[in-house]
Ligand binder design. Structure first.
Ligand SMILES: N=c1c2ncn([C@@H]3O[C@H](COP(=O)(O)OP(=O)(O)OP(=O)(O)O)[C@@H](O)[C@H]3O)c2ncn1[C@@H]1O[C@H](COP(=O)(O)O)[C@@H](O)[C@H]1O
Length: 111
């Protein structure tokens, strides 16, 4: 699953050189950081709403997954716009989990 983040991260980097007319991500970069942050805020709100609905109606869980994917995606665009990568966040999570970083985790758990 980490491959998905890695490949998406590479695509987000590549879009820095793309035309805004051809790419949603390039169009966000062209609109600037404030627009990207607005999208992150919007998607966070939609995710919270979806979680509330899913808490009383299990049929809404698909919607929650969809909105969370939108939130993660726009968060990755935000990180990329500031020249950060998913690994920066994953390494921080690993550190909190008691690991010094992803390399150590890979050594312990090759699969
Ligand atoms: N994962 C995503 C992804 N998730 C959501 N979205 C887009 O995010 C937007 C969110 O929908 P909204 O209705 O909130 O936004 P909107 O109304 O279109 O835009 P606003 O006017 O509100 O800014 C939609 O246009 C979705 O298509 C994504 N667009 C791209 N990707 C990935 O990014 C890659 C590069 O995309 P492009 O740059 O478009 O080639 C793609 O191959 C995908 O892997």
């Amino acid at each position: 699953m980490l491959d998905v983040l890695q490949q998406l991260s590479e695509t987000l980097e590549a879009r820095k050189g793309a035309a805004a007319d051809d790419s949603y991500v390039a169009s966000l970069y062209a609109k600037g950081l404030d627009k990207i942050l607005e999208k992150v805020g919007e998607e966070a709100f939609e995710t919270v709403l979806a979680a509330k609905n899913a808490s009383t109606d299990a049929a809404q869980k698909d919607k929650l997954v969809y909105e969370t994917a939108d939130l993660w995606f726009h968060s990755l665009v935000m990180l990329a716009a500031l020249d950060l990568k998913p690994d920066d966040v994953l390494n921080e999570l690993a550190r909190r989990f008691g690991l010094s970083g992803l390399d150590e985790k890979a050594a312990r758990d090759p699969q």
